[in-house]
Design a binder for this molecule. Structure first.
Ligand code: HPA
Ligand SMILES: [Zn+2]
Length: 339
């Protein structure tokens, strides 16, 4: 299948607002880091590792994703991981990215919080200067862990708060509702940290309501199951509450069987502030531009829908108003040129 708007998609400046940096660890780099750190992987080579990326659901992916992250040990490892993603982002004409990191995945293995954040930050700072990509960094709590573990992580983060732009909530959704972290998110709010949460990926619309009402989030990550609740859809549309939708992820984790089954167009048609994102591109078979091209081909997106998706990305971002206006004007200019 080919994308009828490929040239427009390539030309448009784009944001990425739902990207787990640990999910950008390509098999080749995983093997390089394993050997650099004297670790062995339970796979003979890159091809057999890649062959294991056949998932039934979120949990089957997470098991591999956490195992893969164990090759990340030194500050340079976190730098190299982040830099590799940023080079891919530049190739996709991403001009602004807001990335998640999962400190608990690493501190649980005895890696210092400082090692993780310093390596990631240094790459983000270099990207600003060398690649012209702006960014924000979102510390995400693992929801399969306890509230107490989340508070411990927040304590560890306190010396680095000036380097953290917000907090998120990810990992196994079913059975770990947002309400479990109401007090933790209230503490983050008291520290002035903006909040987002994964909700309505595998979990029910009730989890999206909880994220909104109990965690006071300013974006919903995924949120595709909101479509099952008409009142929720109306609320999301009325408040222009962004959903960071990740179509390739949803197909790989069997939220939708095929890309052509995805409800992206229905969400847009309902007036929601839908954005397109890649989630864990090294595991899900495509980076941001692949998500755009794939959806264009599979869902027959209109030119207006594509422009709306890129506009929504800037609207939903944490850029300041002047930067948002700059990029919206740039989208208008390119839309005019490619009319
Ligand atoms: O898509 C996701 N959902 C929940 N947790 C995650 N951690 C990485 N990616 C994801
Ligand atoms: Zn995610």
């Amino acid at each position: 299948m080919t994308s009828p708007h490929a040239a427009l998609i390539r030309a448009l400046p784009k944001t990425e607002l739902h990207l787990h940096i640990e999910g950008t660890l390509e098999p080749e780099l995983m093997f390089d880091l394993a050997s650099r750190n004297g670790l062995s992987l339970p796979y003979a080579d890159v091809a057999s590792l890649r062959a294991a990326y056949a998932f039934d659901n979120l949990q089957s992916f997470l098991d591999l994703y956490y195992a893969g992250a164990s090759v990340l040990v030194t500050e340079q490892d976190f730098y190299d991981l982040t830099w590799a993603y940023l080079l891919r982002a530049q190739a996709d004409h991403i001009v602004h990215t807001e990335i998640f990191f999962d400190p608990q995945t690493h501190t649980e293995r005895g890696i210092a919080f400082e090692t993780v954040i310093t390596g990631i930050r240094r790459a983000l700072d270099d990207a600003r200067r060398q690649l012209g990509i702006s960014s924000r960094l979102i510390m995400s709590f693992l929801r399969h862990m306890s509230e107490a573990a989340g508070f411990q992580t927040l304590e560890q983060a306190k010396p680095f708060l000036s380097q953290i732009d917000g907090v998120g909530l990810d990992s196994s959704e079913q059975g770990h509702p947002p309400s479990k972290f109401q007090r933790l998110f209230a503490a983050c709010r008291a520290l002035g940290l903006p909040r987002v949460a994964h909700a309505g990926e595998e979990g029910p619309p009730a989890y999206v309501w909880e994220a909104l009402e109990l965690l006071d989030v300013c974006r919903i990550d995924h949120g595709v199951r909101s479509a099952e609740d008409a009142a929720l859809m109306a609320w999301l549309a009325e408040h222009r509450m962004p959903l960071t939708v990740c179509p390739y992820s949803n197909v790989k984790l069997k939220v939708f069987q095929r890309l052509s089954d995805h409800n992206l167009r229905a969400l847009l048609a309902a007036g929601l502030c839908v954005t397109l994102n890649s989630d864990d591109p090294a595991y899900f078979g495509g980076y941001l531009q692949d998500n755009y091209l794939g959806c264009d081909a599979a869902l027959n997106l209109t030119r207006d829908e594509l422009l709306q998706l890129t506009r929504n990305g800037f609207e939903a971002s944490w850029l300041d108003a002047a930067d948002k206006a700059h990029w919206q004007a740039e989208i208008d200019r390119i839309a005019g040129q490619q009319g």
